[in-house]
Design a binder for this molecule. Structure first.
Ligand code: AHM
Ligand code: MG
Length: 320
């Protein structure tokens, strides 16, 4: 007998409101996945003539997926405010729910038009009881009560954590039900696979340069093993592979103008994945410090990131 999402959530120690919120997010992700599947048929590919607050050109799907994530929160009474990669400021709701929800509606947007991997990342923080301001979102990642992502690949898969391990579900596309495929996702102890965009090599700082050079040196180098490399230009895709079979993901700060603080956003990309990776037995840092200890100073703050199998993340850290 398959185990479905609501029944599995009942086995976790969490308030009913949080369990319901995960169900609602999963439903929104199912709708986003369907929209992604049909995007070419419905002329939903391509860019809009507008940019988000970070100066990135928005795709049609970025905006539609953003609305699909907002939709359930408007009526479910569980969320008091939201923040997203695609919204300049926070989005407060009239209802005073227990939670704040942050998300990246379509991560890996550059893959949309090439039928590559994209997904949705989310993070849940406790809400204050009174009026919500941006400052209420600026909490260290360790205050998250839930985090997860959906990936719209050959299968539609959802992984999430409520701080009791990482759980994986796959969508039955015929019935619309989320079916448990792994109650406890764990990272292996070691790996021989790294993920980094090599095109920026000349801009890297010495510790990252050293780490990658040593991986590339293979069996006869200081690491004494051959490494493989993968880069999907989709954090969701790369991290899903790492959560499935191990690896390390590096998107460092570098010397390019605008990349001094890295590319990926702390609140709704890096913090949720760091929570998941730690819960799966891995490690997540900005190169030096634990990501989940960093207190953000702004909503769309960027950070360098090294996360995945502990041994590799420790190695990069030791070079800093
Ligand atoms: P996005 O949220 O606008 O899609 O940007 C984030 C993505 C990550 O998914 C991916 O790891 C990274 O940007 C790829 O960047 P680059 O093109 O510099 O390799
Ligand atoms: Mg993103």
């Amino acid at each position: 007998m398959p185990t479905y999402l609501p029944a599995f959530l009942d086995t976790l120690e969490a308030p009913a409101s949080l369990r319901q919120l995960i169900i609602n997010i999963a439903e929104a992700c199912r709708d986003i996945g369907q929209t992604v599947n049909n995007s070419a048929l419905n002329n939903l590919q391509g860019e809009l003539a507008q940019e988000n607050v970070q100066g990135e050109v928005q795709k049609q799907l970025d905006v539609i997926a953003n609305d699909l994530m907002l939709e359930p929160a408007r009526w479910d009474g569980l969320v008091s405010a939201l923040a997203s990669e695609e919204m300049d400021t926070i989005y407060p709701l009239p209802s005073k729910g227990d939670y704040l929800l942050t998300f990246d509606p379509i991560d890996g947007s550059s893959n949309i038009d090439v039928n590559g991997l994209v997904g949705t990342i989310f993070s849940v923080l406790p809400s204050p009881s009174g009026e919500v301001t941006e400052a209420d979102f600026l909490k260290a990642g360790q205050e998250q009560v839930a985090a997860g992502y959906a990936i719209y690949g050959p299968q539609t898969t959802l992984l999430f954590t409520l701080g009791q391990g990482v759980h994986a579900f796959t969508l039955n596309r015929d019935t619309g039900a989320w079916v448990l495929i792994n109650p406890s996702v764990r990272l292996p102890e070691s790996t021989a696979e790294f993920a980094i965009n090599m095109a920026y090599q000349r801009h890297w700082h010495p510790p990252v340069r050293r780490y990658v050079e040593e991986c590339l040196a293979g069996k006869t180098g200081p690491r004494a093993k051959d490494f493989n490399m993968r880069w999907l230009a989709s954090m969701v895709g790369d991290l899903h592979r790492i959560l499935t079979r191990g690896g390390v993901f590096v998107y460092p700060t570098d010397t390019r103008k605008g990349s001094e603080n890295g590319k990926l956003r702390l609140l709704y990309e890096v913090a949720p994945f760091s929570f998941l990776i730690e819960q799966a037995g891995g490690m997540a840092t900005d190169g030096r410090d634990r990501i989940l200890d960093i207190v953000p100073h702004s909503l769309h703050q960027r950070t360098g990131v090294v996360l995945g199998v502990r041994e590799e993340v420790e190695t990069v850290k030791s070079y800093h």
